[in-house]
Design a protein around this ligand. Structure first.
Ligand SMILES: *[C@@H]1O[C@H](CO)[C@@H](O)[C@H](O)[C@H]1NC(C)=O
Ligand SMILES: *[C@@H]1O[C@H](CO)[C@@H](O)[C@H](O)[C@H]1NC(C)=O
Ligand SMILES: *[C@@H]1O[C@H](CO)[C@@H](O)[C@H](O)[C@H]1NC(C)=O
Ligand SMILES: *[C@@H]1O[C@H](CO)[C@@H](O)[C@H](O)[C@H]1NC(C)=O
Ligand SMILES: *[C@@H]1O[C@H](CO)[C@@H](O)[C@H](O)[C@H]1NC(C)=O
Ligand SMILES: *[C@@H]1O[C@H](CO)[C@@H](O)[C@H](O)[C@H]1NC(C)=O
Ligand SMILES: *[C@@H]1O[C@H](CO)[C@@H](O)[C@H](O)[C@H]1NC(C)=O
Ligand SMILES: *[C@@H]1O[C@H](CO)[C@@H](O)[C@H](O)[C@H]1NC(C)=O
Ligand SMILES: *[C@@H]1O[C@H](CO)[C@@H](O)[C@H](O)[C@H]1NC(C)=O
Length: 885
């Protein structure tokens, strides 16, 4: 094999050529040939050996810097592209993005070439990875400073761009000398398909005594056939006659390659040819699978009784099905479709003459590949396009190279994505806060169709807010705080805010109008760190003409701040504002009058839900905070005492997974509680209620909801003194906010306890909801925190199955029995909510199911505590994360 190494060097090194000309990319062959590190001013040149035009790489990457290889390594035989390199210090991943010269879904030969040549003066040979788009391609291990090394892959390119990325693995700075793209016919190399690519190990043309290289134009795909000659060891056979192509259209081999061959010299090994093949392992493929393709044609006239017949073995296992005789001047091909795999990575390929054979075996050419998976999907192309436009518009540096979301470990700074099996990742969050952006807000943000959270706060953005944001169906938070935007808030956005599907933060924009006439004129910045939501009531009020709020809004104007502060309109109660974690406005509890409630709810106009004790109404405080108002109906079964229990309890307990109370009303016979608004409603509806045609919750969202609501309950059970049992844990009492964060609600049945965890009390009255009530409580009125654990187990089962706690078909069945029966048969698919479309990690589902069944154990002492449940659910979340790496 050493013979081959120096031939490789000689062979690939063309002669410098001075011709320069401007060539379009791709050239007339459909090829793209890039000289990496060639100064951009240089317009390109024609390669002396292939006559193919090479272009500089500046148009395809915005990273890295150009260097010349050091003079001591410059050899006159080197092709020009080896004299300079582009290197990529300081970046984890750096990419070339090249418009695909063939339609999306075409097969390509992609070749990267490297000569280190001590370009950086460090005399340190780097090792780094290459990725093809979002898939690992190979590890480049530079072993000699002055030798050309090549990485080549035959792969499908699904999209309209070919992306080649160099990945710093901590063993030296990645660099590259040249990059070639050669579109191929899709039929060729059937082993390369949409999910699998072929990485070249070697491509050998045997018996070439003059060591000439066969490549373009003799090979229309510009494969480089490396000559192999060792006349002392092998008899070289050649013919001037053309060799016909193979009948197998999956392979094509140039006649020039087939016109030479080797046979063993007479001597000790006169009847065998042995070729060692080695698949070089790397960190991604420690035991790479190997594909071999060998080419034969008889080049001599075999007359009379003579016979050339041989068999092929790989590692002493017979490979050919029958003894084989090459055909005269016709190409024949042997290959394996599925990769061979041995742990050593070492393969002995041998050709043995059969006993009947009078002539030794021959071989004309061989190709050896390892296979790599290309099953990772790139981010949705529309999202990618939008991000590229955003990156270009704002000249974003950061680590924004390659695919925005994939692989998961290389996701761009400031982005979050959703990953699902066999679906392209989608961008769900973009945070470009404090990024020094200036200029207008272009419409292409609105092409990020699945974005939920967009933060452009604290930049220098100018111009108006595009209405196109209102067309983003999943956008729940848009933060434009701290810019220099002007104009008014577009009507589409106002509509979204009013229907509760969007929170807009726009404070600290001096010239922004919040209604037709009044603009926020201010020089002084608000001292308050308040995150400002749009002040819908003020807009609504202008329309409805409600005097009270008009007054308030005037008061605000005269105050002249850039942000809107909550007004304290309650009788004497103090109201202060502070900024909570999620930026939601939080007020200390305060007391409202009934008239105030009328203003807040616009005369109880919009009903959000109905409970056992009355209705819940949508409302807005004067400062724009959206709230839910739970008004006790006169006919309600819930007594005054329970109502006050809840009000009093809620003033004491504060946890981010418990719905918090903004205030309350006790005005004559009227009683109401005012809560933070949970725009995504309750979990029951999300799982199977009104929202039926809306998107189903993903498995990941479900686990997150489980973890969060479990934390809320854990807090009630363990952190309060006295401890509390909720007594009505169910999916309709788990509410979701705009970010789908879960909070436990409805504390009307809360029961205080001594802190002793497992203690039970007897209660006089059974409360709760059918299907959720623990057996010991239902039967013996024995209540403990474990009763909540039981109910929570039912909630988990609902999250897994999407079913009701009592299934109706064919006859009423408890969900616990229903799931237990099916899981006993090992059948999890049958219980999992079909609306998740199979996008979940099975192990993670099993684990949650296991927790759920433990929670719903008949014997309350067998049930875990909520603290255990939280810990175990968190592990499920991790399992699910691994699933999507
Ligand atoms: C590389 O060499 C060329 C000519 O030999 C010279 O014009 C160019 O400036 C050099 N580039 C660098 C980065 O040193
Ligand atoms: C690179 O090649 C050298 C020499 O063959 C070998 O010792 C080293 O382990 C290789 N490094 C990696 C990371 O493969
Ligand atoms: C690609 O080929 C491999 C190996 O034959 C096979 O397992 C895989 O299913 C193929 N992929 C596609 C998309 O056809
Ligand atoms: C080897 O073969 C050549 C012709 O191919 C022949 O002239 C020579 O005598 C042979 N030598 C031996 C040792 O068989
Ligand atoms: C391949 O052949 C060489 C010598 O011919 C031998 O040392 C080696 O063990 C063989 N490898 C395998 C995997 O058979
Ligand atoms: C082919 O030759 C190799 C090496 O001499 C030997 O190990 C193997 O058994 C032979 N196979 C056949 C089919 O003759
Ligand atoms: C060798 O030739 C004889 C006679 O033609 C035939 O019977 C036998 O099957 C052949 N052996 C092989 C291995 O092809
Ligand atoms: C957005 O980015 C800014 C600046 O990097 C950071 O301070 C802020 O916490 C981020 N916001 C979120 C929600 O991640
Ligand atoms: C915004 O622009 C002004 C002047 O154009 C500059 O002084 C200020 O630093 C910029 N702010 C940010 C956050 O880039």
């Amino acid at each position: 094999m050493t013979v081959r190494r120096w031939l490789l060097l000689l062979g690939l090194a063309g002669v410098l050529h001075g011709v320069r000309c401007q060539q379009p990319v791709p050239d007339s062959t459909g090829f793209i040939s890039i000289d990496c590190g060639l100064p951009e001013q240089a317009s390109g040149y024609v390669d002396a050996a292939t006559k193919l035009p090479y272009v500089p790489d500046g148009a395809f990457t915005d990273a890295g810097s150009n260097h010349n290889i050091s003079a001591e390594y410059v050899a006159p035989s080197y092709s020009k592209r080896y004299l300079n390199v582009r290197s990529f210090p300081g970046a984890r991943r750096s990419c070339y993005t090249i418009p695909a010269p063939a339609p999306a879904g075409s097969k390509y030969l992609i070749r990267a070439t490297f000569i280190y040549g001590n370009y950086d003066g460090l005399n340190r040979l780097p090792v780094f990875d290459l990725h093809l788009g979002v898939n690992f391609w190979t590890t480049v291990n530079i072993t000699r400073p002055g030798t050309a090394q090549i990485a080549e892959v035959i792969a499908f390119v699904p999209g309209e761009y070919v992306q080649v990325c160099l990945v710093d693995t901590g063993s030296g700075t990645p660099f590259i000398s040249g990059l070639d793209l050669r579109p191929m016919t899709n039929k060729l190399y059937a082993q390369a398909n949409a999910t699998q690519a072929l990485v070249l190990v070697e491509r050998t043309n045997f018996g070439v005594s003059d060591l000439s290289l066969v490549r373009y134009p003799e090979d229309p795909y510009d494969r480089v056939w490396i000559p192999w000659s060792d006349p002392e060891a092998w008899t070289e056979i050649s013919t001037p006659e053309k060799v016909q192509g193979s009948a197998d259209l999956r392979f094509h081999v140039p006649s020039a390659v087939m016109q030479t061959a080797i046979a063993p010299r007479n001597g000790s090994r006169t009847r065998t040819i042995e070729l060692p093949w080695s698949a070089v392992p790397n960190h991604a493929y420690p035991e790479p699978g190997l594909i071999g393709i060998v080419f034969f044609a008889e080049l001599e006239v075999v007359a009379g009784d003579a016979l050339r017949q041989f068999e092929m073995t790989i590692n002493t296992v017979l490979w050919s099905k029958a003894p084989y005789t090459p055909k005269y001047l016709i190409s024949d091909i042997f290959f394996n479709s599925e990769p061979h795999q041995v742990s050593s990575g070492q393969y002995n390929f041998s050709l043995n003459a059969t006993t009947n054979s009078t002539l030794p075996p021959i071989i004309n050419a061989a190709e050896v590949f390892t296979v790599v998976s290309t099953a990772n999907l790139a981010t949705d192309s529309k999202d990618v396009e939008a991000m590229s436009a955003i990156k270009a518009k704002y000249q974003v540096k950061k680590n924004w190279a390659g695919d925005p979301c994939a692989p998961k470990t290389f996701v761009w700074d400031g982005l979050s994505c959703s990953y699902a099996i066999s679906m392209p990742p989608r961008i769900t969050r973009l945070n470009m806060s404090f990024s020094g952006l200036s200029g207008g807000i272009p419409s292409y943000f609105a092409n990020l169709k699945e974005i939920k959270y967009l933060d452009l706060s604290y930049n220098n953005l100018t111009g108006s807010i595009p209405n196109s944001f209102s067309e983003l169906p999943f956008l729940v938070v848009l933060d434009l705080t701290g810019n220099q935007l002007n104009g008014s808030i577009p009507s589409g956005l106002i509509k979204r805010i009013q229907d509760g599907s969007l929170s807009l933060r726009f404070g600290k924009n001096a010239d922004l109008c919040i209604n037709g006439s009044s603009c926020q004129h201010t020089k002084e910045k608000s001292k308050s760190m308040l995150a400002v939501y749009i002040v819908v009531p003020i807009l609504a009020v202008v329309v409805t003409g409600l005097l009270v709020v008009l007054l308030l809004s005037r008061k605000r104007k005269t105050r002249g701040t850039g942000s809107v502060k909550p007004q304290n309109e309650a009788g004497g109660a103090q109201s202060r504002s502070r900024n909570s974690d999620d930026g939601l406005l939080q007020l200390d509890n305060r007391r409202f009058t009934y008239r105030e409630l009328e203003a807040i709810t616009n005369n109880f106009k919009t009903v959000l839900g109905r409970g056992g004790f009355g209705c819940v109404y949508d409302g807005f405080l004067a400062d724009g905070t959206q709230v839910a108002v739970k008004l006790r109906s006169q006919s309600s079964g819930q007594g005054e005492r329970e109502f006050l229990t809840e009000a009093q309890t809620l003033t004491k307990i504060h946890h981010k997974n418990l719905v918090s109370m903004v205030g309350y009303c006790k005005d004559g016979e009227y009683m109401a509680l005012v809560y933070e608004h949970m725009s995504e409603g309750n979990l029951e509806d999300k799982l199977r209620g009104k929202d039926h045609n809306a998107r189903s919750l993903t498995w990941r969202q479900r686990i997150c909801i489980a973890v969060e609501s479990a934390r809320g309950l854990e807090y009630l059970h363990t952190s309060c003194s006295p401890a509390f049992v909720h007594r009505d844990v169910k999916t309709s009492n788990i509410l979701l906010n705009a970010n789908l964060e879960a909070k436990v609600a409805d504390f009307g049945l809360l029961k205080a306890f001594s802190r002793d965890g497992d203690s039970q009390v007897s209660t006089a009255r059974l409360v709760g909801t059918k299907g959720y009530i623990a057996p010991e409580y239902a039967v013996a009125m024995q209540l403990s925190v474990k009763s909540d654990v039981y109910s929570f187990g039912v909630v988990l089962l609902e999250l897994i199955t999407g079913q009701q706690p009592i299934l109706q078909c064919p006859q009423p069945t408890n969900i616990i029995q229903w799931v237990r029966q099916r899981l006993a048969k090992g059948n999890i698919e049958e219980v999992v909510d079909a609306r998740m479309l199979g996008n979940y990690d099975v192990n993670s589902v099993w684990k949650v199911a296991d927790i759920a069944l433990k929670c719903t154990a008949q014997d309350s002492t067998q049930r875990p505590t909520m603290t255990d449940v939280v810990a175990q659910l968190q592990e499920c979340l991790q399992l699910d994360e691994q699933h999507f790496i």
